[in-house]
Design a binder for this molecule. Structure first.
Ligand code: FAD
Length: 317
């Protein structure tokens, strides 16, 4: 049996999610006695996938696919799945993955389980654990269709590097005009900076920072940590920061390894979007701030003293 994975890339470079999906698929392949085939679209160098358990890479190179196109991408993955007779198809949980997943599921007549966080607790019947209700609960979902589509939650499984070689094959799917009937344009407003979606570390500021003129200290701390900057909803509503930085239930989800919240109270709508982060550090001058209940580490203190001192200390490392 073959497991097919879609390994997402950006500007000719495989994204971290590609290696997470490969690591997950390899462990699942061991559990089910399967091989792992990856389909990559304009991904440049795909050899590193061999070191994450991929046995074969189907490489698609087509200039028309330079920008993400959900319809065409779903069509390609579907054709690859049919060619490989794959019974399990695994994608990530980036915005693009979530856009193409329903199209792909419909084409494959596959049941789709998004936000999966662990290997199946059983493969027959096929039961996976996934997050529900904005990461506040777990749910066990059974997929009973012949082909199963799994969406792996970001940062949930980890990378498992191992020595290996992946065979590379050119793959030429048949695409038609309908595949290109919708075009999407992606505008990167954070060019040159770490994006929230890809960040391992996010430093986020709230209304406690008093005004946009004080964001320098958030950027300094983020710079030292190699982090992306984010903010609470009121901060972007007031125009202190761009809307692209708003995180939470109605903003971008964050599943970073480290989330540093400065001057953010920890309202339920904020927590809903950042809950999936592994370690949460809270800096707030109110010891009763609700965020402390969700924090792994907390500093009760004035952000205007704590943040610059923390930044200076971190510069020593
Ligand atoms: P505040 O609640 O005003 O908190 C500021 C914090 O800063 C306080 O805890 C205070 O003690 C602390 N502080 C003040 N001065 C200092 C200092 N000098 N040093 C350190 N700390 C200091 N919010 C989101 O963030 N994301 C969402 O996606 C979102 N979606 C929403 C959806 C709905 C339908 C609704 C109703 C609300 C939503 N909200 C969302 C808003 C949310 O309910 C809160 O109002 C918001 O998160 C509060 O933002 P804040 O923590 O920055 O501000």
């Amino acid at each position: 049996m073959s497991i097919l994975i879609y390994t997402e890339s950006e500007e000719g470079k495989l994204k971290k999610t590609a290696f997470e999906v490969a690591s997950y698929a390899k462990d699942l392949a061991r559990q089910t006695g399967s091989t792992v085939t990856a389909v990559s679209i304009n991904a440049g160098d795909t050899a590193p996938l061999g070191n994450y358990g991929v046995d074969k890479v189907l490489r698609v190179n087509d200039d028309r696919l330079a920008a993400f196109n959900a319809r065409a991408y779903a069509d390609i993955i579907q054709q690859a799945a049919r060619q490989e007779a794959a019974k399990i198809v695994i994608i990530g949980s980036t915005a693009n993955d979530k856009y193409l997943a329903p199209l792909l599921a419909a084409q494959l007549e596959a049941g789709y389980a998004p936000n999966v966080v662990a290997l199946p607790e059983s493969t027959d019947p096929f039961r996976v654990k996934r997050t529900a209700f904005s990461n506040k609960a777990f749910n066990i979902t059974e997929i009973s269709t012949d082909i199963k589509l799994v969406g792996l939650a970001k940062n949930s499984f980890g990378l498992k590097e191992q020595q290996g070689n992946a065979a590379e094959e050119d793959f030429s799917p048949s695409l038609n005009d309908a595949d290109f009937s919708i075009t999407t344009e992606s505008v990167d407003k954070t060019a040159g900076k770490v994006t929230i979606a890809d960040a391992e570390i996010v430093v986020s500021g709230g209304r406690g920072l008093k005004g946009p003129e004080n964001w320098g200290m958030i950027e300094d701390l983020a710079g030292v940590l190699g982090a992306a900057t984010a903010c609470s909803k009121p901060v972007s509503d007031m125009g202190w920061r761009p809307h692209g930085e708003h995180v939470g239930q109605t903003g971008k989800p964050v599943a970073a390894n480290l989330y540093v919240a400065v001057g953010i109270s920890g309202a339920i709508q904020h927590l809903a979007g950042i809950n999936a982060s592994k370690v949460k550090v809270v800096i707030n001058n109110d010891p009763e701030a609700p965020f402390f209940k969700a924090a792994d580490y907390g500093v009760v203190g004035d952000a205007f003293e704590v943040v610059p001192a923390l930044t200076e200390k971190l510069k020593e490392f």
